[in-house]
Design a protein around this ligand. Structure first.
Ligand SMILES: CSC[C@@H](O)[C@@H](O)C(=O)COP(=O)(O)O
Length: 367
């Protein structure tokens, strides 16, 4: 997407330097820093420390990590070691394992001498496919937004609430949840987005930054405000992303998503999830019981990072010294609370039948 007239993806290959470059998201929205990812340790750190984040972007980054591993040592043993090394960086978003599995399956039959080139080509393919998937999610979500706009008095904006950052920064381009918003805005549909701050990492600030750069009207709200806004008829629909969706349509996403879904159900607000197919985990059914939830460092909640009055990025402590903190990073919204899944192949019910109808090829392959 564009920043001040220049088109950026969230990662790209620098041909001159033969290295992957990323936007280090830890400094956004305050500073736009581009950094190389040049060693296997850089890849693991980038994913774990959330320099790159968001399920699809983690997957694409891991594919480039596999390409580096193959350039360093193209043996089967090193391929397996790279798989294990990268896979353990973040446990919840399934795109990470999906990308690593895809690379390993595709590279195994390739002769060792050709593996480095094949792995890099595959990483580019995975990145490009992500862009196309998200563009299509945007088109399919736009149809929903058009339907809602048509029922509203002329000129009144469609008010969408979103949680976390499922924007272009969380993918290679377009975003998942934001793609319908960008498509609607570009099509001239009046839109207003409620952006949840999304404690503790405040990914909402990334969403606000993205939307602001694109000119989409939005308001940043506390995580606890959503229910109140819905009760007062100020939200027309919710669209979130997902880190892993089970074959029956349970949605695992950033912590707090479940509470939004409960509030949406209580207030008759449609709750949609933008779901690229690599985020479906066909091997699990019951999301609450089966999806591992990442527990992150308590310092993420006992401290906050922001811009100080004198223009420095700094961290301050918000709790008394020594306070214990619990920091589950994701939760699961059961399929019964999800109005529909917006995928690259269309919108479907959050159910085994709904997903299997749209993706019979993947569903069959997983059996
Ligand atoms: C298109 S991104 C979908 C999800 O990955 C997103 O909503 C999310 O939860 C991101 O979590 P994060 O911990 O920032 O990686």
């Amino acid at each position: 997407m564009k920043i001040d007239g220049t088109h950026y993806r969230s990662l790209w290959w620098n041909d001159d330097k033969d290295v992957l470059e990323i936007i280090d998201q830890r400094w956004l929205p305050h500073e736009f820093r581009v950094v190389p990812v040049a060693t296997m340790q850089d890849f693991a750190d980038a994913i774990y420390q959330m320099r790159v984040r968001g399920a699809p972007l983690i997957g694409a980054t891991a594919a480039y990590g596999m390409a580096l591993a193959m350039a360093e040592d193209p043996t089967d043993a090193n391929m397996d070691a790279a798989w294990t090394f990268l896979e353990k960086t973040r446990p919840t978003a399934i795109n990470l394992r999906w990308a690593l599995d895809r690379c390993r399956a595709a590279l195994r039959p390739v002769a060792e001498a050709d593996r480095a080139a094949a792995a890099l080509t595959l990483a580019h393919e995975i990145a490009d496919e992500d862009v196309e998937i998200n563009r299509r999610i945007g088109e399919n979500g736009l149809a929903l937004i058009h339907e809602i706009a048509a029922r509203k008095p002329a000129g009144e904006p469609v008010r969408v609430l979103t949680h976390c950052n499922a924007g272009w920064l969380a993918t290679v381009d377009w975003g998942t949840a934001t793609s319908p918003m960008y498509h609607a805005h570009d099509a001239g549909v009046a839109l207003h987005v409620w952006v949840d701050e999304t404690r503790p990492r405040n990914q909402g600030a990334l969403t606000a930054w993205e939307l602001g750069k694109h000119g989409v009207p939005h308001t940043y709200i506390t995580d606890n405000a959503g229910g109140h806004l819905m009760q007062h008829g100020m939200v027309d629909l919710v669209i979130t992303g997902t880190d892993r969706t089970t074959r029956r349509g349970d949605v695992c996403n950033k912590i707090g998503t479940y509470l939004k879904a409960l509030a949406a159900r209580d207030n008759g607000v449609p709750f949609y999830v933008a779901l690229p197919s690599p985020t479906i985990d066909w091997t699990v059914s019951d999301g609450v019981a089966e999806i591992p939830i990442e527990e992150r460092n308590a310092q993420e909640i006992t401290h906050v990072q922001g811009l100080t009055e004198d223009g420095r990025i700094g961290t301050v402590q918000v709790t008394p010294a020594g306070t214990d903190g619990g920091n589950p990073a994701f939760d699961v919204t059961p399929n019964r609370l999800v109005t529909g899944l917006i995928t690259e192949r269309g919108v479907c019910e959050a159910s085994e039948e709904g997903l299997a109808n749209l993706f019979p090829d993947f569903a069959r392959a997983a059996e």
